[in-house]
Ligand binder design. Structure first.
Ligand SMILES: C[S@@+](CC[C@H](N)C(=O)[O-])C[C@H]1O[C@@H](n2cnc3c(N)ncnc32)[C@H](O)[C@@H]1O
Ligand SMILES: [Zn+2]
Length: 385
């Protein structure tokens, strides 16, 4: 990254993770933190509370929180969830960018979901944040001439790859306490990152805080609690996969994670909500968005056109059959959320549940199931007559 990109583009939208002030400035001195790679000879200081943030020699601001600071500086093997992510992704970032998330249907779905947000709000330029950006897959899929893209992650190797692959500006920070000012972004996205973060409710409220009230938030490729509620036989098979996958890793490059069993086990700690018996309770997720003033459209088993059509891969078929359930039931697939600010819909609140039914909630509290958004509008005008 260039120095002027840090100074002129990032600094104006960054905020202090300690006192939440956006009065930040650059001062000289490299803070002398040797555990952190090479540092630039200036750092960021908060004018309000004097908190200090290092800058790497390639001008990436290190906007840490106490947890992230501990994860970066504490070199012991005592792994918090966040440190597991830092260590795993610093080690696998190069392989992850080449071999993981390569299926074109994911890119297509993410593009279509963001198109829904920008078309609905008529956004033709602006700021886009992708948090848990990894080596930049989502940023690459969503690159558009009029959008300034920013990636946020806890892994420096991921951030460097993301910048190299997409040209996005990158910030070293924690999505549970985003180092950005209120309403800094028109579009906020993530794919396959939320289940890596223990305090996911803070991540949802942070996503809504940094998103403009004329924008939208996309959550993609996440496991629901219905999906992860496997039976004992499926869990036993899942837990026994390590030796088998280790052999496979020498034949199939996309199984690189299992070449090192210690690393594969550490990855389980990074994938905190993607374990048997975990996953996101969808109604709680919806309430978190509502609490932050956003209406969430939750689509289970979305196809690239965001229709709820289950097309399970062979692994899901095996695990579902072993759990005694129908793998083609959409509720047992992963989910995508498109969340839009509620005030945009004023008195008319449109909600969709995780089975794809749309609800129209009128001010009198009456709720009825309707079909498409068009039918919602018709139902609304009938109701208000
Ligand atoms: C499975 S990867 C997904 C990467 C990318 N979104 C993609 O689609 O390829 C999960 C990412 O979340 C990041 N991550 C984990 N905890 C985080 C946190 N608290 N704040 C920001 N990023 C985090 C990891 O470092 C990793 O890059
Ligand atoms: Zn401060």
């Amino acid at each position: 990254m260039q120095y002027r990109e840090l100074r002129d583009t990032l600094l104006p939208i960054l905020q202090c993770t300690t006192c939440l002030s956006s009065k930040l400035t650059l001062v000289s001195g490299d803070l002398g933190i040797r555990a952190l790679d090479l540092l630039h000879n200036e750092h960021i200081v908060c004018i309000s509370c004097n908190a200090r943030y290092p800058i790497t020699e390639d001008f990436i601001p290190v906007m840490w929180t106490p947890f992230l600071r501990e994860a970066l500086l504490n070199q012991t093997d005592n792994f918090s969830n966040i440190r597991a992510n830092v260590v795993v992704y610093n080690s696998i970032s190069d392989d992850y960018q080449i071999y993981t998330r390569q299926h074109p249907s994911v890119a297509l779905r993410v593009r279509n979901a963001v198109k829904r947000i920008v078309d609905y709000e008529n956004i033709d330029r602006g700021y886009h944040l992708d948090f848990g950006c990894g080596p930049g897959h989502v940023l690459g899929w969503l690159t558009q001439p009029n959008f300034l893209q920013i990636g946020l992650d806890v892994s420096i190797n991921n951030l460097r790859n993301a910048h190299r692959n997409s040209g996005a500006l990158v910030v070293w920070g924690d999505a549970t306490n985003m180092p950005f000012s209120k309403e800094a972004f028109d579009v906020v996205t993530e794919s396959s990152a939320l289940h890596h973060i223990e305090d996911w409710k803070s991540v949802i409220s942070e996503s809504c805080r940094v998103c403009k009230k004329t924008g939208g938030v996309l959550i993609d490729s996440e496991p629901s609690s219905d999906q992860m509620a496997w039976g004992p036989l499926a869990i036993a098979v899942f837990n026994a996969r390590f030796p088998f996958y280790r052999i496979l890793s020498y034949i199939k490059r996309d199984k690189y994670l299992f070449r090192n069993i210690k690393q594969a086990k550490r990855n389980l700690q990074a994938e905190i909500d993607h374990q048997p018996g975990t996953g996101f309770p969808l109604e709680e997720l919806r309430s978190s968005f509502e609490g932050a003033g956003f209406a969430a459209d939750i689509i289970v088993s979305p196809d690239p056109e965001l229709r709820s059509v289950a097309a399970p891969d062979w692994k899901s078929i095996v695990l579902n059959v072993l759990s005694g359930r129908n793998p083609w039931n959409p509720r047992y697939g992963s989910f995508t959320v498109i969340a839009k600010p509620m005030q945009r819909t004023e008195n008319l609140t449109i909600r969709a549940d995780h089975l794809g039914r749309h609800y129209h909630v009128c001010p009198t509290g009456r709720t009825k199931v309707v079909g498409s958004d068009l039918e919602v509008s018709k139902a609304w005008s009938n109701d208000t007559k």
